[in-house]
Design a binder for this molecule. Structure first.
Ligand code: PMP
Length: 424
């Protein structure tokens, strides 16, 4: 991209001390990523001083954009009082009260420092509660780095459990995969393993396999299977909780036994949580003797993340959730119009404030849709807009009509430019 000399220099330093210059696969870009200096509201400024509209918001985490004054105040005050202690703090209770007030199925809540850890604890809770070894997950869906869920998580449609992280065979054998939005296909797999299944783990709006919402028939089939078999239905809403005030599964008309939360609930600080029915959450309870599932963590419920989370949730009223959902719908419609006008058959999916452009075909001059999407990512950066290089993006609360219009114009312009480059 133009004006990225500083990023190139930084990356040359990074490769000397970090594998591939990288700490997080998702933020790697070839030939080098753009380094960020700062962010404010809907915009970020990179190392070369270039300002852009940010529609990725740290992989959909920053629902209030960058350096929101209320989060800055909450975090700064909390840091000043001490960042963590070997004893609990009152703000942990305040935050748990705020979370449990949002959804009737969130009776008790347990905190971790990341979504990965929260998924891990939810799966372990289901195993501890049921005494069963296996878990089922949707083929291709991503749930973080825990080995039991890092099976068949690469977005591919394959229905065979396959390791993607050098997982041992035993781990892979205990994770079975079900097809997405195919109730009969899923039930066929689930019935085969019914007696051994601790849980069925879903993301109701799985971004890695296209960000298409789960349909009602599918969700009802999974709910009924869990009720009959005794497996727990776990809804991983680390990414998708932001689609509604009570989360994604509620919007789609179902209920989980355990819900995994992260990202937006932390207001930008590291966070994860498992929320669910008391009877399942009781595996964590140390007050009645040794818990079935002991769970510690030096940063669990640390007061900085808790304070930031309280501030974040306070601003996420039903009205605000609805407003950013409407802006999300406008973005999806404007992208669909731009894509149709450009003569492409690409898809735009999503729900609420989340969107994803899917390059379903290769335009002239590009080896694949994915290659064209990668190029579009860089052209968009040159035109002042940042989304994910997989086409993932979201609306944040500091955004309004002006930002949506600015995005739509940049998107159409970039699409035309990318296509013209391919034809040249
Ligand atoms: N589950 C889902 C559905 C996610 O999208 C993510 C993060 N992208 C995770 C789990 C892991 O969360 P974290 O990055 O906070 O570990």
């Amino acid at each position: 991209t133009v004006n990225s000399e500083k990023s190139a220099e930084l990356y040359a330093r990074a490769v000397e001390v970090l594998p591939g210059g990288n700490s997080r696969t998702a933020v790697y870009s070839s030939p080098y990523p753009i380094y960020i200096q700062s962010g404010s509201g809907a915009r970020v400024t990179d190392a070369d001083g270039v300002e852009r509209l940010d529609f990725l918001n740290n992989s959909t985490t920053l629902i209030h954009g960058h350096a929101h004054p209320e989060m800055v105040a909450a975090v700064t005050a909390a840091v000043g009082r001490g960042t963590s202690f070997g004893m609990p703090t009152p703000v942990e209770i305040e935050y748990a009260e705020a979370l449990t007030a949002r959804n009737a199925t969130f009776e008790h809540v347990r905190f971790t420092s990341s979504g990965t850890e929260a998924v891990m604890m939810a799966v372990q809770a289901a195993r501890a509660y049921t005494g069963r070894p296996k878990i089922a997950k949707i083929a291709g869906a991503y749930h973080g780095a825990y080995d039991a869920v890092a099976v068949n998580n690469d977005g591919s449609g394959s229905l065979i459990s396959h390791a993607v992280t050098g997982n041992p065979e035993g781990v892979v054998a205990n994770t079975v995969v079900i097809p997405f939005n195919d109730a009969e296909g899923a039930l066929a797999v689930l019935r085969e393993h019914a007696a051994d299944l601790a849980c069925v783990l879903i993301d109701p709006v799985p971004w890695r396999i296209g960000l298409v919402p789960a349909d009602k028939e599918y969700l009802d089939a999974l709910r009924e299977f869990c009720d009959d078999s005794g497996a727990l239905l776990i809804s991983d809403e680390v990414g998708s909780f932001r689609v509604g005030y009570q989360g994604a599964l509620h919007v789609l008309g179902s209920e989980a036994d355990l819900t995994v939360l992260g990202k937006v609930i932390g207001g930008g600080m590291p966070i994860g949580a498992v929320a669910g029915r008391r009877r399942y959450m009781s595996v964590f309870d140390p007050s009645q003797g040794a818990p079935a599932l002991p769970h510690s963590g030096s940063y669990n419920a640390n007061p900085v993340s808790m304070s930031s989370g309280v501030a974040s949730l306070r601003l996420l009223t039903p009205e605000v959730m609805e407003r950013i959902g409407e802006l999300g719908e406008r973005i999806r419609q404007s992208m669909r119009a731009g894509i149709a006008e450009a003569g492409l058959d690409w898809e735009v999916n999503g729900l609420g404030s989340l969107f994803r452009v899917i390059a379903t075909s290769a335009p002239e001059g590009y080896a694949s849709g994915a290659a064209a999407m990668k190029r579009l990512y860089w052209v968009l950066l040159d035109n002042g807009v940042h989304i994910g290089d997989s086409g993932l993006g979201c609306v944040s609360t500091p955004m309004g009509d002006a930002e949506i219009t600015e995005y739509a114009e940049a998107f159409d312009k970039s699409l035309r430019q990318m296509l013209a480059e391919g034809r040249a």
